[in-house]
Design a protein around this ligand. Structure first.
Ligand code: CO
Length: 208
């Protein structure tokens, strides 16, 4: 992508939007009321809005390497708190993707400096599910399974937050675990049973 082209692209995009709706940006400036918080990977191939068909204002987005929700990460914790407590989103989506470089790096032995503590969170997911993962002989299948298990664990981390636990007492909110398959372009729902998961996690992590 040519960096000089970006402002030209933007002009074209503004024109297109205004052609369809002259009040488009004026309405956007009034505020946001998204129903979905999306937590995904920073990977340039995994666009949040585009793959979901979302328009500006539809989705509150947080992206980081390997779509993680570490409990000491001020950024993801603030995003979750703001989206759940203030924007009152109805759905929190953790979306991983196959062929995730962050997940791959956590399966290899390499000193990646500042990335080490971040990727250790993925290694912890591996350790939690070591028995299952070690049984998978095909490396690509094991890699794909770790992507799925990582999404599952990050969904659990979302449920461990006070903001989400409090919201479940007051209103309807659901946490979803998805994986995007780069090779087919298809979104896969891991069908995590949110209520069951919540009940299980609350045994230990209940704050309310
Ligand atoms: Co990734």
């Amino acid at each position: 992508m040519d960096i000089k082209q970006i402002f030209e692209n933007n002009k074209t995009w503004v024109k297109q939007k205004l052609n369809l709706d002259p009040d488009f940006f004026r309405n956007l400036s009034k505020g946001q009321n998204p129903e979905i918080l999306y937590i995904g990977c920073s990977d340039s191939r995994v666009t949040a809005e585009e793959l979901m068909g979302g328009a500006p204002g539809d989705i509150f987005v947080h992206r980081n390497i390997a779509n993680m929700v570490p409990n000491t990460d001020l950024s993801s914790m603030s995003v979750i708190d703001y989206a759940v407590t203030h924007l009152k989103v109805k759905h929190v989506v953790v979306c991983g993707h196959y062929y995730c470089g962050g997940v791959k790096a956590a399966m290899e032995s390499a000193d990646l400096g500042i990335l080490n503590p971040w990727l250790r969170n993925v290694r912890d997911v591996y350790r939690l599910h070591q028995d299952e993962l070690n049984k998978i002989e095909d490396e690509e299948q094991r890699y794909k399974r770790l992507v799925e298990l990582n999404v599952q664990e990050q969904c659990a981390n979302v449920i461990k937050t006070a903001a989400v636990q409090k919201a479940t007492k007051d209103r309807d909110i659901t946490v979803h675990g998805w994986v995007w398959d780069i090779r087919s372009g298809k979104l896969i729902d891991l069908n995590i049973d949110f209520r069951k998961e919540l009940e299980h996690i609350m045994e230990i992590y209940h704050l309310y």
